[in-house]
Ligand binder design. Structure first.
Ligand code: NAD
Length: 382
């Protein structure tokens, strides 16, 4: 196969889908690797390192796409990118297909086979392919550093000649992959941490990191078979806001990470709750791109309201571009090797990972959720 790695075109994106070390891995399968000039520049992987690993540099995107039979990428393809892809070629990367039906339509027309990284099922054997978890780990870590840089207080307990300063208090909402990493990072910086999640199963994980679990009447069947949280009722959300509201008044920092896969993030913090915080406190809303957990969050912006700093940073993983590229590269290379096991490039759709991630194949949309999204759009158009 001729594998192509284009330069990411999203503004401010610094990651690259494949690092030089993984080029060597990909070539072991007798594949050829092509990479667009300066694709690794934002994460300090130079063209010369790619050449040393055996990749062939292509001067621009049209040249790269004209050659590649399989594209490996991070961000979902833009229309201008999919238009450059060859017919009958393949795409592996994030896709978020249900919200990009125009791109999927073009893929279908060009008989492109596409695999979406965000659809990798949560199985023990797919953990090394799980880029969503890799990237949210980075977000959780980064969010705490952002909070620390905005807070006008120390995170750790400081015993100095000028007196003893108590540690900062941090509340983490949502203790999944990002939340647990945020807890661990805040603890490493010396803060007192408490956390809440609708899945009672995480209580022990929170405690094992030295944080306190905020107790609330547990949600029945909080977790779907996929391992993701289910959406909670409006009644539960009301109670949850009351409990969180009380905790917000005593914490200096709130990191919010609560999400429900495929849905808008739940609003856990209202404007009234923000007003209850101590002046100078900080909220970092990791769920900003999914609609935000805080009512006042502005996507991609840091704002100050009622003397509270509210950070709605997006694409946090790109800010750690070297390690983010390293992790993503390992995930996508393992996934590629899982998909391409035959010499003729055919896929094993009996396999759960392959079946769950495939969106388009042989001119058809094969993913049920995306099919439904097309039907809904068709109905909306009349
Ligand atoms: P996510 O990003 O969808 O959600 C983040 C967290 O928000 C979750 O823990 C969820 O329970 C929580 N949440 C949702 N609604 C909430 C609300 N109203 N209030 C408070 N919290 C709320 O989830 P995630 O972080 O990607 O992962 C969730 C779980 O899946 C974790 O336990 C993780 O360990 C597990 N996981 C397993 C695998 C695997 O087995 N291969 C891979 C990744 C994650």
């Amino acid at each position: 196969m001729k594998i192509g790695i284009p330069k990411e075109i999203l503004e401010g994106e610094r990651r690259v889908a494949v690092i030089p070390k993984m080029v060597e891995q990909l070539r072991k399968g007798e594949h050829e690797v092509f990479i667009e000039k300066d694709a690794g520049k934002g994460s300090f992987f130079l063209d010369s390192e790619y050449e040393k690993a055996g990749a062939l540099i292509r001067p621009d995107a049209p040249d790269l796409y004209a050659e590649a039979e399989v594209i490996l990428k991070i961000h979902p393809l833009e229309k201008i990118e999919v238009e450059l892809m060859k017919t009958h070629s393949a795409y592996i990367g994030f896709l978020f297909a249900a919200s990009r039906l125009d791109v999927i339509q073009i893929m279908k027309g060009k008989r492109i086979t596409s695999f979406a990284m965000e659809c990798i099922p949560r199985l023990a054997r797919s953990q090394s392919m799980d880029a969503l978890s890799s990237m949210t780990t980075i977000s959780g870590y980064r969010a705490v550093l952002i909070a620390a840089s905005h807070l006008s207080k120390f995170f750790p307990l400081m015993m100095t000649a000028a007196g003893t300063i108590p540690p900062a208090k941090v509340l983490v909402l949502g203790a999944g992959v990002a939340g647990l990493q945020a807890i661990a990072t805040a603890r490493r910086l010396g803060a007192n941490v408490e956390a809440f999640d609708t899945r009672p199963a995480v209580r022990e994980q929170v405690a094992s990191l030295g944080a306190h679990f905020v107790e609330m009447e547990p949600v029945k069947d909080a977790e779907a078979a996929s391992g993701y949280a289910k959406e909670v009722s409006a009644e539960f959300l009301k109670k949850e806001r009351e409990i969180i509201g009380n905790r917000m008044a005593v914490n200096d920092v709130v990191i919010t990470t609560a999400q429900v896969f495929g849905k808008k993030a739940p609003t856990l913090i209202t404007e009234e709750m923000v007003k209850m915080m101590k002046k100078g406190s900080v909220i970092v809303d990791i769920a900003a791109e999914q609609g935000g957990n805080c009512e006042l969050t502005e996507v991609g912006k840091t704002i100050v309201k009622y003397d509270i700093v509210i950070c709605g940073n997006v694409n946090l993983s790109s800010s750690l571009s070297v390690d983010a590229s390293r992790m993503y590269s390992k995930n996508i290379t393992t996934f590629f090797q899982h998909l391409y096991t035959t010499k003729d490039g055919s896929f094993d759709f009996e396999d759960e990972i392959t079946r769950s991630t495939c969106i388009t194949h042989k001119g058809e949309i094969v993913n049920e959720m995306v099919k439904k999204a097309f039907e809904t759009e068709g109905q909306a158009r009349g």
